[in-house]
Design a protein around this ligand. Structure first.
Ligand SMILES: *Cc1c(COP(=O)(O)O)cnc(C)c1O
Length: 410
């Protein structure tokens, strides 16, 4: 919400056309302009509504289990040196990740707008599960579009969505993965924008989604700042988070954007820097348009989105949120990378030294914090990591490919 707690510097962007500097905007076919304007106008009203803000607060406390704690990973820190690592525990948010923060906001907005059905695409199924949860809570219908290939790969999440009452609709054209699912969801949205609302899964897409999702996620940063100061008496030296589309990172960065705190976004470097081997959009991309907005984009010579890879399926997106692009250009946030290999190590090290199994996405941010601690083992600084989700979804894959992790003792 653009509530009184919104930091001044975030309130200044985007501009009226939805641009953060050069990035963002609305690049959509004419059929989508009307429905997007309706969402924008409705959000402008509810984001100033006391009733809406109060109801979302109540939902966060009683349904989601917020505030999530900040935890001092003292045992891990001690093994690495003098750096103290803290975790914002979004893995303890209901459904096990930060995504529910914006899905509950989008669901509540849908109810205020009188919509009957939430629709979205999903890749690995995490956004689909969070949105199906919100739909069940609000008593709304839910259609989740998913590539046929992903449906076969992600059976547990498909079951979860179905048990929650959502319809999972296969996208059967092209490569039958995320991009085709987006196409199908948008076609369905244009067909009936009166009864349906499209709910995006990150700080991406055309205006107003990047702003709206950021506003719904900033609860993470606002809570974390207060909790960190209460625990330590100070601000952290560095705040870090993984960046796929960029919603968990925008959420935690929002709390510290006006402070003298270094902000580090961690992109997935996958198997290396060759095109197709990674998904490090801001490190290797150049400006382009994808899914209705302008951003840094991994693309081929023809300007088409390039194939991407990351061990963490929630991070493999060739674009990135427009506000991150602006924050990179302005120098306020530093963007770095972590490889699959580094993230696998962090996955096991955190599990074994703290009793917390992180999502492979979040493991990228943990890997970066571990690297900083090892680089400067005598320097007593503090690093706050946004632990965006839990790793239950990744366990079968990890056991099959990397075993139980006995080689990762530190
Ligand atoms: C989806 C997901 C991400 C990536 O999304 P962002 O919008 O970049 O935050 C990160 N962590 C977890 C656990 C996820 O499920």
């Amino acid at each position: 919400m653009n509530s009184p707690t919104t930091p001044q510097s975030l309130r200044q962007s985007p501009d009226a056309a939805g641009f953060f500097g050069n990035y963002g905007g609305v690049f959509v076919p004419p059929g989508l302009e009307g429905p997007l304007a309706e969402v924008r106008e409705a959000y402008e009203v509810v984001s100033r509504s006391h009733d809406f803000i109060e109801e979302l607060r109540r939902i966060r406390r009683h349904f989601q289990g917020r505030p999530t704690p900040v935890y001092h990973a003292a045992r891990l820190s001690k093994k690495l040196g003098a750096t103290q690592i803290y975790l914002k525990r979004e893995d303890l948010n209901h459904t096990g990740a930060h995504k529910l923060n914006h899905c509950m906001g989008e669901g509540l907005l849908a109810r205020y707008m009188g919509k009957k059905k939430l629709i979205a695409e999903t890749g690995a199924g995490m956004h689909g599960v969070a949105l199906a949860t919100a739909a069940a809570y609000f008593g709304l219908e839910c259609d989740i579009y998913m590539g046929e290939v992903d449906i076969a790969k992600q059976a547990p999440n498909v079951s979860r969505m179905q048990i929650l009452g959502a319809r999972v609709i296969p996208a059967t054209h092209g490569l039958k993965t995320l991009k085709e699912a987006v196409d199908s969801a948008l076609v369905a949205y244009v067909q009936d924008p009166v009864n349906q609302i499209y709910c995006i899964g990150s700080v991406v897409g055309p205006h107003p989604f990047p702003m709206m999702v950021r506003d719904f996620q900033q609860v993470v940063g606002i809570e974390a700042r207060e909790q960190f100061i209460e625990m330590t008496g100070n601000l952290p030296d560095i705040v870090t988070a993984c960046v796929g589309g960029g919603s968990n990172a925008m959420g935690i960065f929002a709390g510290f954007i006006d402070d003298e705190v270094e902000l580090h976004g961690v992109e997935p470097l996958g198997k290396g820097s060759a095109i197709g081997d990674h998904s490090a959009t801001m490190t290797y991309g150049r400006e382009g348009v994808i899914h209705g907005f302008r951003c840094y984009l991994l693309q081929n010579e023809n300007g088409e989105p390039a194939p991407v890879h990351s061990i963490a399926s929630g991070l493999d997106y060739p674009g990135v949120g427009p506000e991150h692009c602006h924050l990179k250009d302005s120098g306020r946030v530093k963007y770095v990378t972590a490889t699959d290999k580094e993230s696998v190590e962090a996955f096991y090290v955190l599990s074994r030294n703290e009793g917390i199994i992180p999502a492979l996405e979040s493991s990228h941010a943990v890997a970066h914090a571990m690297r900083l601690a090892r680089e400067n083992p005598k320097y007593p600084r503090t690093i706050l990591v946004n632990l965006s989700g839990r790793g239950d979804k990744d366990m079968d894959y990890m056991i099959e490919h990397y075993g139980t992790g006995d080689n990762y003792a530190i």
